[in-house]
Structure formats: structure tokens, C-alpha cells
Design a protein around this ligand. Structure first.
Ligand SMILES: NC(=O)c1ccc[n+]([C@@H]2O[C@H](COP(=O)([O-])OP(=O)(O)OC[C@H]3O[C@@H](n4cnc5c(N)ncnc54)[C@H](OP(=O)(O)O)[C@@H]3O)[C@@H](O)[C@H]2O)c1
Length: 245
């Protein structure tokens, strides 16, 4: 049963919210009573259908087209949120583009695009969201690894650098904004069951000690824990079945 629609209900902004993990997180947050702003770049139909689905279920959501890798577009998006919702209680930095190439073939343009979207884009969103959190709030970024989990990986260096940077940013913001009661945390999936890198089921145990791929529900469980965990900030929760042990 969804919570009733409330004027002044908390506001969650989810980047990359139209599809896959982001879509699931939007559904979970709407069911918790958040008014959800679904940031998308190209998936307009998916974003609109999600907003409709949430509305029909008694929740509140709207889609907002923004390329988060472009600083001016993010500024405009949060101006729009300030005008419509008036506040942000929770930002989920879910966008994370992964197009792995061997590091010896990595094109500088690809490097720039990955860093712009996965890291700079998340920072732009944090910067503007915080201005709409005068009475505290939360940021949860979807990462890939704790610093201790980083190992040499020839494929996807740009991606791993962006996600490591996101963790450094998470910790810095957690420290910097704690006195304003803004908590900043990260959840790091391992191999989700929709991953482009997923090994076949009979081999997954070689990579993932718990012998199965993760699900979007595994990730939202950790996100919901962080939402409720009022004494946790600066943390990264590995939700990866032991993938990086
Ligand atoms: N899937 C996995 O196995 C796995 C494993 C570890 C970590 N993760 C992390 O989990 C998160 C979600 O993964 P996913 O596989 O569900 O993501 P995804 O499908 O690759 O991307 C999610 C959405 O990001 C949006 N996006 C990309 N660039 C954007 C931009 N510049 N501006 C605005 N939106 C942009 C896209 O929106 P449009 O469709 O609207 O363009 C896309 O639908 C990512 O951070 C990823 O790194 C995933």
C-alpha cells in the first residue's frame, strides 16, 4: 500500500532514473512517499511511462530531461526543481556509463565523456542539490568499489577512475556537510543480473563467492537502509556477494 500523496512530502531526485536500476529505485522511493524527479537523457518514453505508473499507483513523479555531463543543464534542472518541488531531500547519483575498452586502446574522447558524466555530472548534481537542502538531506551515489577493492583492471579504466573519484567525493562531502545534517553515502553493486559482463550461471561462482548475480532489489535494500540509518555518513556499502573479496 502506497503512502498517501502529501503536499510537502520529501523530494527525491534520481539521475538515470528511467530504466534498469534507476527505475527500480524511483519505484521504491515513490512507494516510501517521496515525490520523485526522474532525470533522464534520451529515454523520454520510459521516463514518462514511469511517472505515469507511479502516479496511477498513488505516488508523485515527474520526468525531467537533463544531460548531467553538462554543467549548465544541471544548473537549469535544479532551478526547475526549485520552482516545482521547492526542495531536495534525497539525491541518488545513479548514472554510471560503462563502455569497457582495453586501457591500451582507450580514446581520450571516451575518457573525457566517462569522467564528465560519471564524476563531474554527479558533482554538479550534488552542488545544486545541496543548495535545496537547508534543513538537512541525503546523497547516495551508486558506485563500484571501496578503495580497498580497487585492483588492476585493463578494461574500463575510465569507469573505475570515475567511480573511485565518486567515493572520494562522497567522503569529502560527508565530512564537509555533516554539521548541516546532510549525510552522503555510497552503495556499490558488483555483478548485477543485467550486467554486460555477466558470466554464465555455471561460472559465476568463480567471480562471485555467493554464486549468484545481484538484483536491483539487493541494491534498493541497501539504499533503504541508508535512508533510515541516521547515524551513517561517508560510508560505502559493497552489495556484491563477495565479488571483490
Ligand atoms: N549493472 C551492473 O551490473 C552494475 C554493476 C556495478 C555498478 N553499477 C552501477 O549502477 C548504476 C546503474 O547501472 P545501470 O546498469 O542500471 O545503468 P545504465 O543502464 O548503464 O544507465 C542508467 C541511465 O543513465 C542515464 N544516463 C547516461 N548518461 C547520462 C547523462 N549524461 N545524463 C543523464 N542521464 C544519463 C541513461 O539515461 P537515458 O536512457 O535516458 O539516456 C541510462 O538509462 C550505475 O552507476 C552503474 O555504474 C551497475
Amino acid at each position: 500500500m502506497r503512502k498517501p500523496r502529501l503536499e510537502g512530502a520529501p523530494v527525491a531526485v534520481v539521475t538515470g532514473g528511467a530504466r534498469r536500476l534507476g527505475r527500480h529505485l524511483c519505484e521504491v522511493l515513490a512507494a516510501r512517499g517521496y515525490r520523485v524527479v526522474v532525470i533522464y537523457r534520451a529515454s523520454a518514453d520510459d521516463a514518462e511511462s514511469l511517472a505515469t505508473e507511479i502516479g496511477e499507483g498513488g505516488g508523485t513523479a515527474r520526468a525531467l530531461q537533463t544531460d548531467i555531463g553538462v554543467a549548465a543543464e544541471v544548473h537549469e534542472a535544479f532551478d526547475n526543481i526549485a520552482a516545482h518541488e521547492g526542495r531536495v531531500d534525497l539525491l541518488i547519483n545513479n548514472v554510471g556509463n560503462y563502455n569497457p575498452q582495453d586501457v591500451t586502446l582507450l580514446d581520450p574522447l571516451v575518457w573525457d565523456a566517462t569522467l564528465a558524466t560519471n564524476l563531474s555530472g554527479a558533482y554538479y548534481c550534488c552542488f545544486h542539490a545541496i543548495t535545496l537542502m537547508p534543513n538537512g538531506g541525503q546523497i547516495i551515489s551508486i558506485g563500484m568499489a571501496g578503495l580497498e577493492g580497487i585492483r588492476a583492471n585493463r578494461r574500463g579504466a575510465d569507469y573505475y577512475v570515475s567511480k573511485t573519484g565518486l567515493l572520494v567525493l562522497t567522503r569529502a562531502l560527508a565530512s564537509g556537510y555533516a554539521t548541516r545534517q546532510i549525510r552522503v553515502n555510497m552503495v556499490s553493486p558488483g555483478q548485477l543480473d543485467n550486467s554486460v559482463d555477466l558470466p554464465p550461471p555455471d561460472l559465476i561462482g568463480l567471480e562471485v563467492p555467493l554464486s549468484r548475480a545481484g538484483t536491483v532489489q539487493d541494491i534498493s535494500q541497501a539504499v533503504e537502509y541508508l535512508i533510515d540509518a541516521t547515524y551513517v555518513t561517508g560510508a560505502n556499502i559493497d552489495v556484491a556477494g563477495g565479488y571483490r573479496l
